[in-house]
Design a protein around this ligand. Structure first.
Ligand SMILES: [Zn+2]
Length: 89
């Protein structure tokens, strides 16, 4: 099995898993397949809603990502004294 990892998509040409850098996608930069050289570009107009959702998600998770990189908890995030319970749907 050659299943792509989260954050990756299979190359439409050679099926090789391609890393999908969110920042590059948001900037509209092409993603080049290392296997076959195919250039994937985002059709920004056609994908406007998806990009907006991705942008929101990217910003919402920015603090968590910074924390993961630095190994430190996000500074401006308030620390809850206890975990908020989320009701299951
Ligand atoms: Zn490819």
């Amino acid at each position: 099995m050659n299943a792509p990892q989260p954050g990756q998509i299979p190359c439409p040409s050679c099926s090789r898993p391609l890393a999908l850098p969110v920042t590059a996608v948001l900037r509209g930069e092409p993603i080049v397949c290392a296997g076959c050289g195919l250039e994937l570009t985002t059709q920004r107009e056609a994908s406007r809603e998806a990009l907006a959702a991705l942008d929101r998600w990217h910003r919402d998770t920015a603090a968590a990502r910074t924390a993961a990189v630095s190994g430190q908890p996000p500074e401006q995030a308030p620390r809850p004294s206890r975990r908020a319970r989320r009701p299951r749907r």
